[in-house]
Design a protein around this ligand. Structure first.
Ligand code: DQQ
Length: 461
């Protein structure tokens, strides 16, 4: 029986568990995606780096596992997240090597073959055996992100200060193997930004520096935060901060591609129990990559890469005049939706419903409420059950002056990526109970300025 909850145009391996993107790089023109992968099941264990390659960031080919744990080495318990850099033509991967119970987390290096298919871990790993003593703890120290500057190589690592909150630590090296600790570039407050920071990214965008952090805060199990500011004398001075995505989009990793675009990748977690994952035989997908930029207020903007548009099939266009009914003639669970709403005094709520049952009772409502200036994703199952998340997701979303509401919705099986006005993102997971729970509705046809829906082609055909 077809698993209609399984996405068809987001990347996931043929089977088993996948989480964070690791070491994404455009190498000799091709996009290589490495990721946290368990070759033995659809649960989080036995971490290896899986590998897939693409010419266009839309179609993927799964390749053999890239990096595996080495018995008796510091990575014997798993190859945790990291990145890849181009060391004058030699690919070098940085990752966190862990012991059996993850209580020892160390920063390690591996060198890749010219085609990035085979990797050799360094005999003298680890490069950095433990966090600085002033962290007051030794367990949480992971996810190296490395870049080259004019005066050498730099690395940031996620960690935490006992009793304080998450911390991002800055290191420097001349040769990629000998690293010196400099200072934290950001220290959070546990109550506001979470007790531990994972998967830091630190990069220049226009004339600013951007720090991305994955943290466990609030209701959800993961939120990606961003900070924009200046980087002077090894110190980061944040000026603007925001939430990059408050949904199931986690462990984001960015890189600059050969066109000079800053591309963002992320793991889309599941919103169901581990038993359900194991029953399905797969867990975790990769988000559609997004191009990052800054607006005039230095807020982070995100736009799905235009490459994904090659998957667009049949197109349905609706104008304000042609929309008379809430229920649309178009249906499906693989859709790319672009909608613009004219905000005016006649209506308080604006949005769409997808994955609706034929009677309209169950499905996902994506709604902007102008009274509370909030974007929400509301999931309704036939009956609330313990196997699927159904809490209401939301983020503040402020429209300026006469700005219209622009929604981009990428629906794919059980994945829903929602981005409002390129700057507010709430990613969700919803598992329709029947394959005909695929109807699309508009909440209020009279406020739609324009609506385009494309039926998306599978990347595996
Ligand atoms: N996932 C990895 C860690 C990272 C976490 C382990 C984030 O390296 O901190 O699979 O999802």
């Amino acid at each position: 029986m077809t698993d209609f909850n399984r996405p068809t145009y987001h990347y996931l391996p043929a089977k088993n568990w996948m989480n964070d993107p690791n070491g994404v790089i455009q190498w000799k023109g091709r996009y290589h995606l490495f990721y946290q992968y368990n070759p033995h099941g659809a649960n989080h264990a036995n971490m290896h780096w899986g590998h897939a390659v693409s010419d266009d960031m839309a179609h993927w080919e799964e390749l053999p596992i890239a990096i595996s744990p080495t018995p008796d080495a510091p990575d014997r318990g798993g190859i945790f997240s990291g990145c890849i850099v181009d060391d004058e033509g030699t690919p070098r991967a940085f990752y966190t090597g862990v012991n059996e119970d993850y209580s020892i987390q160390t920063q390690c290096i591996a060198t890749g073959s010219n085609d990035l298919v085979t990797w050799e871990t360094y005999a003298d790993n680890p490069l950095i055996p433990a966090p600085p003593v002033e962290m007051g703890q030794t367990r949480d120290f992971r996810d190296p992100f490395v870049w080259r500057a004019d005066d050498g190589w730099y690395m940031v690592v996620g960690s935490r200060i006992e009793g304080v909150g998450g911390a991002i630590l800055l290191y420097r090296s001349d040769n990629l193997t000998d690293w010196i600790y400099l200072n934290p570039i950001y220290i959070g407050e546990a109550a506001r930004t979470g007790i531990m920071f994972e998967c830091p990214n630190f990069f220049k965008l226009d004339d600013k520096w951007v720090l991305l952090i994955s943290s466990h805060i609030g209701h959800t199990t993961g939120t990606v935060l961003y900070f924009v500011g200046d980087f002077v004398d090894h110190k980061f001075i944040p000026q603007v901060e925001g939430v990059l995505d408050s949904g199931y989009h986690y462990a984001s990793l960015s890189h600059e591609d050969e066109k000079g675009r800053r591309i963002l990748w992320a793991w889309l977690r599941e919103g169901r129990t581990v038993d359900q994952d194991i029953k399905a035989g797969w867990s975790g997908i990769q988000a559609i990559p997004r191009i990052l930029s800054l607006d005039s207020q230095n807020r982070l903007l995100m736009t799905p890469v235009p490459e994904v548009e090659i998957l667009r099939g049949q197109h349905h266009h609706f104008s304000a005049q042609s929309l008379t009914d809430k229920q649309l003639s178009v249906s499906g669970l693989s859709l790319d939706i672009s909608a613009t709403f004219a905000i005016n005094d006649s209506a308080d709520i604006y949005g769409m419903r997808v994955a609706c049952s034929p009677d309209g009772k169950h499905g996902v409502t994506i709604v902007y409420d102008r009274r509370i200036e909030t974007l929400q994703v509301q999931r309704v199952y036939a009956q609330s059950d313990a196997e699927h998340d159904d809490y209401i997701q939301g983020l503040p979303h402020h429209l300026e002056g006469d700005e219209q509401l622009e929604l981009r919705i990428l629906l794919d099986g059980s994945a829903i990526e929602v981005i409002a006005n390129h700057r507010t993102s709430v990613t969700s997971r919803y598992y329709p109970a029947q394959s005909d729970h695929h109807h699309v509705q508009v909440i209020n046809p009279t406020v739609i300025a324009s609506l385009d829906i494309w039926e998306m082609q599978s990347i595996w055909d």
